[in-house]
Structure formats: structure tokens, C-alpha cells
Design a binder for this molecule. Structure first.
Ligand SMILES: Nc1ncnc2c1ncn2[C@@H]1O[C@H](COP(=O)(O)OP(=O)(O)OP(=O)(O)O)[C@@H](O)[C@H]1O
Ligand SMILES: [Mg+2]
Length: 434
């Protein structure tokens, strides 16, 4: 209960009364109540007791007064006055064992976040009118929260043409092979998700692959949560699927990115599906496993992007877990870094190379430009496996060094950018982003 910020108000015989939204209200209190109810049923079922235990849960939403005219201290905040608690208690009494029954008032507020079973109308003791009730079965596999609450369709987009155009301009760069990252930020409810939905709608008829990731405040500590749930949705796992069916579905998705069996084994493990022998067994330390999983994710993304333009959307990225962040960051691994030795803000070019290589767990090639030919500087550069170029540097010299390091001629676009930039002034980094 405390995980969902439920307030345990009162134990009554073998029952318990819990408030959601008191003492602190959250925008998603009805959802929290339903999730807590569903988890409670499972948790009680798993308790090791002499006899199997079962639970019934009733949930209703509405205005109440908390506190009592008589009594003081703890008993004050435990007393609740209003129709809602009575309705919840009555719903609980009509629930089957291990069932979470919710009132219409709650059902209206939870969108399509849960799979519900309509229980029809019920005559309840002490309530004049028959009331409609639903059983909450499980969280639904709905792709986005935004859509879960806008299932009946979106109202027309008002304004935002400029923002949408800016996004579409970025997309046309993507079509030219220039990867783009756009951060949409703004206060809650300003319309970030709506704008993203508008972009998705505009691109609907264009050939592209779209991957959507939803970060959740309840999973900021669970490694790779948005990535795992994206894969589960993409594969189309259904409630009650056997491990074998899940692996078949996973295989069908991974076939699109030509994922090799070793990587499939890692993904199956990531999704907690037991390997039925179709993939090789993995003999790795947990550290290696993590590393290889991140690599497999990058490989998969690259394979998809090589086939069609790829649009990856991260919603509510402020809730991303650190491992997912690392996985996403890996996708932005530079082929080569060109840096000045003297940099503003403290670190010199060699120190940057050390930090970046450490972060990327690899040997990113570095070219360091400097006009300072003191032995100390030159030794520092050479000792850290960076290529040194003396300023002023000629374009042919620079492209020659890049060609040697990458074992291929530099991209013509890069050469144009270098020509346009004044490499010697250190401006090349700013203008070309390399
Ligand atoms: N330009 C717009 N035209 C029409 N409706 C809009 C527009 N912008 C936002 N809305 C509506 O306002 C509501 C809030 O927008 P939205 O959910 O996109 O905000 P958000 O910035 O994503 O919020 P949060 O930070 O809470 O995720 C939604 O119902 C959305 O449909
Ligand atoms: Mg949003």
C-alpha cells in the first residue's frame, strides 16, 4: 500500500480500509488504488499460510470528509464520512474471491489502463439505485498513457503549427541520413504528448519504423523498463501466453532486425522468458551479460535504422531508469572525435578523451589539435593514444588523418563542414559537432 501511497486508515475484522488521495492527492489516485488492489490479491495468494487465502477488493471514488466531530488524535483522521466508503464496502461484498470490483466513478477515471469485465448493474444494500460495477482484471497492454485517456479520439490540434513544422523539418533531415535528437520540454499538461501524437499522425503514411517507449514514475529503478515493455508490446504478448508462444512471437519481431540467436537469447532473458533450447545457452558473468545486452540493443536499433527511417519516441523521459539511459546513449557513439587541446571549462582535450572513452567503454579515436608544441603537451597526447595535429592544420592533412583512423575516406558532408569551419580557431567543433 505504501508503494502506491495508500493510507491504511482502519483494520476492521479481516478487512482493511485504505484511502488513496489522502493525506496527499495525486493525479492518478484511482489508478493507484486499482493497481494496489490487483497486487494485493496476488500478494495475499502467495502468502504461506495453513489454508489458501483469498481476497476481495471494492473500490469507489468520490468526495468524502475525513475527520470526526467526536474523538481526537489518530481516530480523527481515520474516520471518513460520505457515500463513497459505503459504496466501496458494498462492492467488496459482491466481489468473487480474488476479484477487484470497481464503481463507475472509478472506472471513468482510469481510461483504458486496465482490462475490465462489465459486471452489469447490482442492487446493493443501503443504496437506492442499482449501481454499475466492473471487475478490474489486469493492467492492459495499452501503448501510451496519453492514448489510454484519449481512446475516444483526439480533439483537433489547436495552434502548434510552428512546433509541428520544426519537428517535420528535423524529420526531413533524418530522411537525408542525418540522425536527429529533439527534446520536447515544458510544464505538465502543456501539450507535449499531444504534439508528439500529431507528429505520429502526420508520418502515418510515410514509410518508417516507429518505436515508442514510455517511462513511468513507478519504474525509475527497474532496469530497462521502457525497453522491455516496448518489446513486449511489439511482440504482442497476450495474457496467458505460454513461454513457447512468447518466444515464437519474440522471434517474429526479431526476424525484422535479423537478430542473431545469441542476441535473441539475451532478449528472451531480458523479458524473463525461459529459453526452451532454441537459443544457445549463455555462459557469462552478470557484468558481461549486461554489457552484451546493451550491445545487442544497439545492434538491433542500427539494423532497423538501416532498413527504413527510424523514429524513436521516449515519453516522460525524466522517469527513465539509468540502464535505459545508458542503452540510448550508446546509440550516439561517435565514430571519431576532433578536439582542441585547450578547451574552455576546465578539462583539456586529452582529459575529455579519457572521460569519453571511459563512458563509452571503448577506444573512440581522437584527433587533438594544438598550437602548443611543448614536450609536456605532446607527451600527454601521445601517452593517451590520441592523434596529434599541429595548428595551423591544412584540410588535406586533417582529412588524411581521419581517413587513416576510420580506415575509410571521411563523409563528403563532413569534409564540406570542415572546409566551411575555421578549424584552427577551434570553431570546427562547434560548427560540425564532431
Ligand atoms: N495544441 C493542442 N490542441 C488541442 N488539444 C491540446 C493541445 N495541446 C494539449 N492539448 C490537450 O491538453 C491535454 C494535455 O496535453 P498533453 O497530455 O499532451 O500534455 P503533456 O505536456 O504531455 O503533459 P504531461 O507533462 O502531464 O505529460 C490533453 O488532453 C491534450 O489533448
Ligand atoms: Mg505527456
Amino acid at each position: 500500500m505504501s508503494r502506491f501511497d495508500g493510507f491504511v486508515a482502519k483494520y476492521m475484522g479481516d478487512g482493511v480500509l485504505v484511502y488513496f488521495g489522502y493525506p496527499e492527492a495525486h493525479e492518478d489516485d484511482p489508478e493507484r488504488a486499482v493497481r494496489a488492489g490487483l497486487e494485493l490479491v496476488v500478494a495475499v495468494g502467495n502468502l504461506k499460510a495453513q489454508a489458501a487465502l483469498q481476497t476481495r477488493v471494492g473500490i469507489a471514488t468520490g468526495l468524502v470528509v475525513i475527520g470526526d466531530l467526536i474523538g481526537s488524535g489518530a481516530s480523527q483522521e481515520q474516520a471518513v464520512v460520505g457515500k463513497t466508503p459505503n459504496l466501496a464496502a458494498r462492492l467488496q461484498s459482491v466481489a468473487e474471491p480474488d476479484m477487484v470490483v470497481i464503481a463507475e466513478s472509478t472506472q471513468r477515471l482510469i481510461g483504458n489502463l486496465f482490462e475490465l469485465e462489465d459486471l452489469g448493474t447490482k442492487d446493493l444494500k443501503g443504496i437506492d439505485e442499482p449501481v454499475r460495477a466492473w471487475a478490474a482484471l489486469r493492467p492492459s497492454s495499452v501503448e501510451s498513457r496519453f492514448e489510454a485517456f484519449h481512446a475516444s479520439g483526439l480533439t483537433d490540434l489547436v495552434g502548434r503549427q510552428e512546433e509541428l513544422d520544426a519537428l517535420l523539418r528535423r524529420w526531413s533531415k533524418v530522411l537525408n541520413g542525418e540522425g536527429q535528437v529533439v527534446l520536447l520540454s515544458g510544464e505538465a499538461g502543456i501539450g507535449k504528448s499531444r504534439l508528439t501524437a500529431a507528429l505520429v499522425e502526420r508520418l502515418a503514411t510515410e514509410p518508417h519504423t516507429r518505436l515508442r517507449y514510455f517511462c513511468s514514475p513507478r519504474h525509475t529503478d527497474s532496469a530497462l523498463y521502457p525497453i522491455i515493455s516496448q518489446m513486449e508490446r511489439a511482440a504482442g504478448f497476450a495474457h496467458g501466453d505460454t513461454a513457447r508462444t512468447k518466444l515464437d512471437k519474440l522471434d517474429a519481431v526479431l526476424a525484422q532486425s535479423f537478430t542473431p540467436p545469441q542476441d535473441r537469447a539475451l532478449f528472451a532473458e531480458l523479458l524473463s522468458i525461459p529459453n526452451d533450447g532454441r537459443y544457445p545457452t549463455l555462459e557469462m558473468s552478470p557484468r558481461q551479460r549486461r554489457q552484451r545486452t546493451l550491445e545487442a540493443l544497439t545492434t538491433q536499433t542500427v539494423a532497423l535504422a538501416e532498413q527504413t527511417p527510424l523514429l524513436m519516441i521516449f515519453e516522460d523521459v525524466h522517469w527513465i531508469d539509468p540502464t535505459s539511459l545508458e542503452a540510448v546513449g550508446r546509440g550516439m557513439r561517435p565514430d571519431l572525435v576532433l578536439a582542441d587541446y585547450n578547451l574552455p571549462n576546465g578539462m583539456n582535450g586529452v582529459q575529455v578523451s579519457q572521460r569519453l572513452r571511459q563512458e563509452l567503454d571503448g577506444q573512440t579515436p581522437f584527433i587533438i589539435l594544438t598550437g602548443d608544441i611543448s614536450t609536456e603537451t605532446l607527451r600527454d597526447i601521445a601517452l593517451h593514444d590520441c592523434v596529434y595535429l599541429n595548428k595551423p592544420v591544412k584540410l588535406t592533412e586533417l582529412t588524411g588523418a581521419i581517413e587513416k583512423l576510420l580506415a575509410k575516406p571521411p563523409d563528403p558532408q563532413l569534409v564540406r563542414a570542415l572546409r566551411a569551419a575555421d578549424v584552427d580557431s577551434g570553431d570546427a567543433q562547434r560548427k560540425t559537432g564532431i
